[in-house]
Design a protein around this ligand. Structure first.
Ligand SMILES: Cc1cc2nc3c(=O)[nH]c(=O)nc-3n(C[C@H](O)[C@H](O)[C@H](O)COP(=O)(O)OP(=O)(O)OC[C@H]3O[C@@H](n4cnc5c(N)ncnc54)[C@H](O)[C@@H]3O)c2cc1C
Length: 307
């Protein structure tokens, strides 16, 4: 029986694992990869690498701490989590199982794709899925945001303070008519294209425009950068029916990253408190590990010693 199993190799899982190592916990770290969503970086024709503080560099030091700890690391997918007496049983792809007293669940969230021609070709080449991360690079630029919910509105709000023009392409009215939507969209440099569907991304080496359709009419919208800001879907299916989640499937945690199930903690983008940034994920992961440590101390079991 392990003290702790950490599931997920993004910033939240890596920070939790590094903390568990420092605390000399008997921890197992299971992930499909190391780095999570931070492995992708946006390339733009006018941006030099040194101008971007990328998540990948921020988490590199956490990765190197774990690189040599092969004995506590398994590269695989977790396929199920079950409650057992005194803890949890975690099953991975090849059917192997591991028992643990606590879990930190840090499996992240996924952006929704447009699934149109050109999207894959230009992904991260002028077309990106994180306006919040790259907004500071858009000084005096003409940019497009695609989406109709709060995430897109938040992206527009950040970009409108920096870019020359922000065009929001919204397929439905979504959250556009909410108070926050009205406020964001009233900015002098924001243009809204309502009821418009993106049907293609076009470009050369980089994405340069999108083709949108409205009532059968097509229009080509050029831009310096394009941000797809559709709602994120949390990778929380493994815990369905086991922990409390919000209506979108984000795991509900308290201020110490505890779920409603004792011994089960969650951190990063998969939780309902995430701000979808690397630094937030790192802090969350560390806090979850601290909470797991406290929980184990509180159990008072004989084989969790302090020395
Ligand atoms: C294109 C893009 C660029 C970004 N750039 C930046 C940036 O430069 N700076 C910044 O601050 N933020 C950036 N962000 C946001 C940032 O990447 C995320 O907020 C952050 O990675 C979330 O960390 P996380 O650990 O919660 O989840 P993730 O990074 O999503 O990691 C989840 C991990 O869980 C693993 N996993 C999932 N399911 C399972 C399973 N069943 N079994 C085993 N493993 C599993 C995955 O393989 C992955 O390793 C960017 C986001 C995107 C989409």
């Amino acid at each position: 029986m392990h003290d702790l199993i950490i599931i997920g190799g993004g910033p939240a899982g890596l920070a939790a694992a590094a903390y568990a190592v420092r605390k000399r916990m008997d921890a197992l770290f299971i992930s499909r990869d190391l780095g999570g969503r931070t492995k992708r970086r946006l390339m733009l024709p006018w941006v030099e690498d040194y101008q971007v503080i990328v998540g990948e560099e921020t988490i590199q030091r956490f990765r190197t701490q774990l690189d040599y700890l092969l004995f506590m690391r398994i590269r695989s997918s977790v396929t199920s989590i079950d409650r057992i007496e005194d803890g949890f049983r975690v099953t991975i792809t090849d059917g192997k199982t591991f028992d643990t007293r606590t879990i930190i669940f840090a499996t992240g969230a996924q952006g929704e794709f447009l699934n149109v021609p050109g999207e894959k070709e230009f992904e991260m080449k002028g077309l990106c899925y994180s306006a919040m991360t790259y907004a500071p690079l858009m000084v005096d630029r003409n940019v497009i945001v695609v989406g109709d919910e709060v995430l897109a509105l938040r992206g527009v709000a950040e970009l409108a303070r920096i870019a020359t023009q922000v065009t929001l392409v919204a397929e439905t009215d979504g959250d556009l008519d909410t108070p926050i939507g009205k406020k964001v969209l009233s900015a002098h440099n924001v243009v809204v294209k309502r009821g418009c569907k993106v049907i293609e991304v076009q470009g050369d080496e980089y994405a340069r425009s999108i083709v949108i359709e409205h009532n059968g009419q097509r229009e080509n919208l050029p831009a310096d950068a394009i941000f797809i800001e559709k709602q994120l879907t949390p990778n929380s299916q493994l815990l369905e029916g086991l922990v409390d989640m919000d209506h979108c499937g984000f795991i509900q945690v308290d201020s110490r990253n505890r779920t409603n199930v004792p011994g089960l903690f969650a951190a990063g983008d998969v939780t309902d408190s995430s701000a979808f940034q690397v630094l937030m994920g790192l802090g969350d992961g560390e806090r979850a590990a601290l909470s797991a440590f406290d929980y184990l101390l509180g159990l008072g079991t004989e084989d969790f010693e302090c020395d």
